[in-house]
Design a protein around this ligand. Structure first.
Ligand SMILES: Cc1ncc(COP(=O)(O)O)c(C=O)c1O
Length: 441
């Protein structure tokens, strides 16, 4: 029996729904017992001649002084770890600290109990973590249901890369979030057919996080649908922590979905890109809904590590080390709170300005937003979003992003609060010019 077959058999025994949900690539994948595997086994040996890293023979890298000098503020051991290869699954201390970072208090969950979860695997940004979930569970013949409007890269990650069919599920009929739309769409599949779904909260591009009642309805509908099939639910929490309204829950839905049904398989994708404002660092994490010592985790981690090795080799140690410095600081949450406060103020100003413009000019309709770093406006019938976007570029010195044919996305993360009124004024003017009629100036 090959290693992949052994892992598949382990999954069929321990978690049949997971085995049924695997993609063809997911079935083939395994962690080969080659260099990193053998080098990990030899760690600490006096005569360790396994891995192709250039050291003094005692585990210290023979680094170039110019490169070492950039890392002056790190202590000797950290500097060494930053310049050597990271383990495929990431630096152990970082994984443990991130686990503590992202795990909520049990009392903050509706059930009052914390489900099991694995120690997260480090990825190269969140996009890479998403790509790994796609590799393992999406593929030709699989449908991936995504609340729309959604981040366009999902189409590349799940559809283009793997050949799965991405199904856009309109979730804002009449500008109100419909928590049941996702499960309703999945229900169109024949009973027993595995499905995949995406939950991105707070969301890009809508900037919306569901209320407690909406979350309750969403979770219940997914569990009900999971009685008919395995459902892999990817919780993309790229914008975790960026919530600006009292009463809007901030904990990941992952913790409400994990450990309650063999058929509902949530996967948690998090990272420091937005949460710790570390865009260039490319540190993401992938967490599974079983303890690290469970046989399901070990089988799936084997597959995931094999795919990491086959894709990026291993994640960058240098940026993991930078993130580690932040997570070791007791007051890092205070530093983050300063940034969140800036985002909250911009969100407030933008919402006031957009709603005023909608009221006074009827230029567009604002979708609800209470979190994240974006707002979405729906354009009147007859105005093509990309035509308006290009008009704003050429005539108004304004850059926005068009989403589909009807939406423009405003990224308030990159706009000063003081600039918001002028931007909205220009947007209204642009709608008037491109639309021709119907906008009171
Ligand atoms: C919803 C969402 N998920 C994932 C990502 C990717 O994050 P990263 O830059 O860490 O790959 C983004 C980036 O914009 C995003 O908006």
């Amino acid at each position: 029996m090959s290693t992949a077959e052994a892992l598949n058999a382990q999954l069929e025994r321990e978690a049949p729904a997971v085995a049924a949900a695997l993609s063809p690539l997911g079935r083939r994948a395994f962690y080969p017992p080659d260099i990193p595997f053998q080098a990990a086994q030899a760690r600490g040996k006096t005569y360790n001649a396994t891995i192709g890293q250039i050291t003094d023979g005692n585990g210290r890298i023979l680094a170039l002084p110019t490169i070492t000098a950039v890392l002056d503020r790190l202590n000797d051991a950290d500097r060494n770890r930053a310049l050597l290869y990271s383990p495929i699954e990431g630096l152990a201390e970082l994984r443990e600290r991130w686990q503590r970072w992202q795990t909520p208090a049990a009392e903050s969950l509706p059930s009052g109990a914390l489900p099991a979860a694995s120690v997260p695997i480090v990825t190269c940004g969140l996009a890479h973590a998403l790509a790994l979930t796609a590799d393992v569970f999406a593929g030709p013949g699989r449908k991936v249901f995504i609340p729309a409007p959604f981040w366009g890269n999902y189409r590349q990650i799940y559809g283009i890369r793997t050949g799965a069919e991405v199904v856009a599920v309109p979730c804002f009929p009449e500008r109100r979030f419909d928590p049941l739309a996702l499960a309703r769409a999945i229900a169109s599949l024949p009973s027993g057919t595995p499905a995949m779904a995406l939950l991105n909260i707070p969301a890009n591009p809508t900037g919306y996080s569901p209320t407690t009642a909406e979350r309750g309805a969403l979770v219940a509908s997914l569990f009900e649908e999971a009685e008919r099939r395995p459902i892999v639910v990817v919780c993309d929490d790229a914008y975790a922590g960026l919530v600006y309204e009292d009463g809007i829950p901030t904990t990941s839905l992952f913790w409400e979905l994990a450990g309650r049904s063999g058929n509902l398989i949530p996967l948690l994708v998090t990272g420091s890109t937005k949460e710790l404002v570390f865009f260039g660092g490319r540190v993401g994490f992938l967490t599974l809904p079983w303890a690290s010592d469970s046989p399901v985790t070990s089988a799936l981690e084997g597959k995931i590590k094999g795919l990491i090795r086959a894709g990026i080799g291993s994640p960058p140690a240098l940026s993991q080390m930078v993130l580690l410095q932040a997570l070791r600081k007791d007051d890092i949450r205070e530093e983050i709170a300063v940034v969140v406060a800036v985002m909250k103020e911009r969100c407030r100003v933008l919402r006031a300005e957009l709603e005023r413009a909608e009221r006074e000019h009827g230029a567009f309709r604002v979708l609800p937003f209470n979190s994240g770093v974006f707002a979405l406006v729906e354009l009147p019938e007859g105005i093509d979003a990309d035509t308006l976007r290009r008009h704003l570029l050429e005539h108004e010195d304004v850059g926005l992003v068009s989403i589909g044919e009807r939406y423009l996305r405003v990224a308030f993360c990159s706009l000063e609060a003081e600039a918001v009124p002028e931007l909205v004024k220009r947007l209204v003017r642009g709608v008037g010019v491109v639309g021709g009629v119907g906008v009171a100036q």
